[in-house]
Design a protein around this ligand. Sequence first.
Ligand code: NCD
Length: 306
Amino acid sequence: MRHLMSPLDFSVEELDQLMDLANDIEKNPEKYAHACDGKRLATLFYEPSTRTRLSFEAAMMNLGGTVLGFSSANSSSASKGESVADTIRVVSCFANICAMRHPKEGAPLVASMYSRIPVINAGDGGHQHPTQTLTDLLTIRSLKGRLNNLTIGFCGDLKFGRTVHSLIEALVRYTGIKIVLISPEELRLPDYIRDDVLRANNVPFEEVIKMEDVLPKLDVLYMTRVQKERFFNEDDYIRMKDFYILEQSKMDLASPEMLVLHPLPRVNEISVDVDNDPRAAYFKQVQYGVYARMALILTLLNIKVD
Ligand code: NCD
């Protein structure tokens, strides 16, 4: 039985197969409409989410399956003090597969050790968010036609942004990748990723504070929200929250081919006037997220459709 904790749980070849499957689902959704008839997905969300939880639920429903679960720790027995290990043993009796989001790093990994069903990490604290990474890779591959030879800029909260951590770990396995890290001093990428992921893989990278300086050379700009819930001090958050705002005047500096991605939710970091720019791909990214999760559910449940 396989779980998904980190994007590295799949080899590059396996990821390619998963993305091929996602693109086939995009083209022929009716072929997959009953692939999960009789199967059930549990969504165990101990932390708020709109996109990820609904995207998982839509993915399972598109496959003909059903869903059950909870959307906050308060509405589950966690509020009575139940451990993640016990919860997953119980849920293993109710569902065939589960997606778990938790504010504590490593909680889905603990769950996977006690589970009788595949567990998908749907975000654990500031650590990893592998299904957002599948979504991001699929979006880039589908819209740019490749995952090699790309210069990718990450902008905003690179310290707490788990989607950034997961995507960087996944990208360094492709060739010709250059990374540009755009953040204020206080929100720089954690050392362990700079050293153990970027330096260890000899991936060229630079760190800048001003977005304007690097925009012209980017193939992809990955914008992120300042992660309010992970700040210890409200004043620091207020000081940081509007550090970057991508507006049309900045888009004018970028290549006509550059893609703008954002895992969403957006707060202020992308001005709404950018939404109509053909390079704004963040809502298409949401749609790709459903195809990616459909492909993942089929893969982990080992269901083949011909
Ligand atoms: C992200 C997350 O939860 O880490 N959202 C998402 O899943 N699409 C990004 C964020 O909350 O800023």
